[in-house]
Write a protein that binds this ligand. Structure first.
Ligand code: ZN
Length: 156
């Protein structure tokens, strides 16, 4: 499996965006073209852009934790070159993180030159949320939901 992992890591490296635009974080003078882009639903999956397919990624039980870690790190870095990020919480176990990252390949997305787009994997419905028990969405369903929002607003 190690030989395959090394091969996969080089494929991920090759999937990085060839020319990476500099993030400017400028919003007010967005070109009309750019605004139009956001009015339409995305046409293509992340996999379409980066060239990777879910089938290239072995099931987690075939990988040891160091291999999982290396693949997740390379994948996240590659994703960032496309100005993309996810809402995967930090405390998600590696196997889950791996599955979630790989699942983004089949999600349709815009590729922006100016903004960081986030794959929102959370469904805001705890029983079906792909982030499962690690997701913060379940916190918004119980009685102290308002308190959590209050903490969030006040930066606690
Ligand atoms: Zn959730």
């Amino acid at each position: 499996m190690e030989a395959y992992v090394v091969h996969l890591l080089s494929d991920i490296l090759e999937a990085e965006r060839p020319v990476q635009p500099v993030l400017s974080y400028v919003y007010p003078d967005m070109a009309d073209e750019e605004l139009e882009e956001y009015e339409n639903d995305p046409q293509y999956t992340f996999g379409y852009y980066c060239g990777l397919k879910q089938e290239q990624f072995p099931p987690t039980h075939l990988l040891n934790s160091l291999q999982l870690e290396r693949i997740c790190a390379a994948f996240s870095k590659m994703m960032f070159t496309w100005n993309l990020d996810t809402d995967i919480p930090d405390d998600v176990p590696l196997t889950k993180e791996y599955e979630l990252l790989v699942s983004t390949l089949d999600i349709k997305t815009e590729i922006s030159n100016n903004n960081l787009n986030t794959f929102e994997l959370c469904s805001y419905d705890p029983p079906s949320c792909p982030l499962g028990e690690y997701c913060t969405c379940k916190e918004f369903l119980n009685d102290d939901a308002l308190e959590n929002i209050d903490d969030y607003m006040h930066g606690e």
